[in-house]
Design a protein around this ligand. Structure first.
Ligand SMILES: C[S@@+](CC[C@H](N)C(=O)[O-])C[C@H]1O[C@@H](n2cnc3c(N)ncnc32)[C@H](O)[C@@H]1O
Length: 261
């Protein structure tokens, strides 16, 4: 694995699309693409962490012009090997800071799905991601993030670990550090008696903190749903799809609700 590929090196990239997860089911992908295509309208869109094109390829098939940013060349190689994958422009780099050539006026939509905001492991990097994305957007453009609500309610007092996948062949668990918002997802895989262990570091983040990051970047919340079917976000929701908007020129944001004298 090349170090620059991060946690998605050649071996992981080669197996990425074979994972048995609802995220790869046609109904999930179609619901995701339906929302993104509607929000995009006629505008060009930018996917942060485009990966192997799970969402970008079906979105491009709908006629949407998709650009991508991706850290892992190995993931881009997998994208390139798929029908239509060669046609999607991808800039290899860190989406917290990487600038791409936006179409005149900017992108109408940027999106960051599948918990990938959590791959940025510091608050500074997550804030930078919102700033960089906002700079890519046209006035009126939207930024969509899909991410889980931190599962701290599943932690008994004094515990740090939440089990979420029971094999065989893979046992998966998350470890939370509530002092730092550090989170790791850990995978023990046993094949023919041979065990391998993989651990990925994340930073979990609350919806309200994301709203503040968006405000620092000059964006404002437009919608928050529980899922791509746009069910309402409630205290029981385990994840959210949030949409922030870059105000159009001339728009004055009221932050206090108090009218000037
Ligand atoms: C969970 S996968 C999601 C891929 C794709 N968006 C999807 O929905 O299937 C996360 C992807 O984000 C990429 N990634 C993680 N951190 C990144 C960063 N800081 N900059 C660019 N890409 C990053 C990984 O290499 C990986 O391809």
């Amino acid at each position: 694995m090349s170090d620059s590929d991060g946690y998605f090196g050649a071996e992981v990239a080669a197996r990425y699309d074979d994972v048995h997860s609802p995220m790869f089911e046609l109904t999930t992908v179609t619901a995701t693409v339906d929302v993104l295509a509607r929000l995009a309208g006629d505008s060009a869109v930018l996917e942060l962490g485009i990966g192997t094109g799970r969402i970008a390829l079906p979105l491009a098939e709908r006629g949407v012009s998709v650009h991508g940013i991706e850290l892992s060349q190995a993931m881009v190689d997998q994208l390139r090997a798929k029908p239509g994958g060669e046609a999607i422009p991808v800039t290899v780099g860190d989406f917290a800071t990487t600038r791409v050539d936006a179409p005149p006026g900017g992108f109408g939509l940027a999106y960051l799905v599948f918990n990938t905001i959590n791959n940025l492991t510091s608050q500074d990097d997550q804030v930078a991601c919102f700033r960089t994305t906002a700079e890519h957007l046209a006035p009126g453009g939207r930024f969509v993030v899909e991410v889980g609500v931190p599962e701290l309610r599943r932690l008994p007092y004094g515990e740090t670990t939440v089990m979420w996948g029971e094999g065989p062949p893979v046992w998966s668990y998350d470890v939370y550090d509530t002092a730092t918002q550090a989170l790791s997802s850990n995978y023990v895989r046993i094949d023919d008696g041979h065990a391998t262990f993989r651990s990925i570091p994340f930073r979990y983040v609350w919806p309200a903190e994301l709203d503040l990051m968006a405000r620092l970047a000059g964006l404002r919340l437009r919608s928050r749903w529980e899922d791509w079917d746009e069910r309402p976000f409630t205290h029981e929701s385990r994840r959210h799809v949030s949409v922030w908007e870059k105000p159009t020129e001339g728009h004055v944001e009221r932050t206090t609700g108090i009218e000037p004298a």
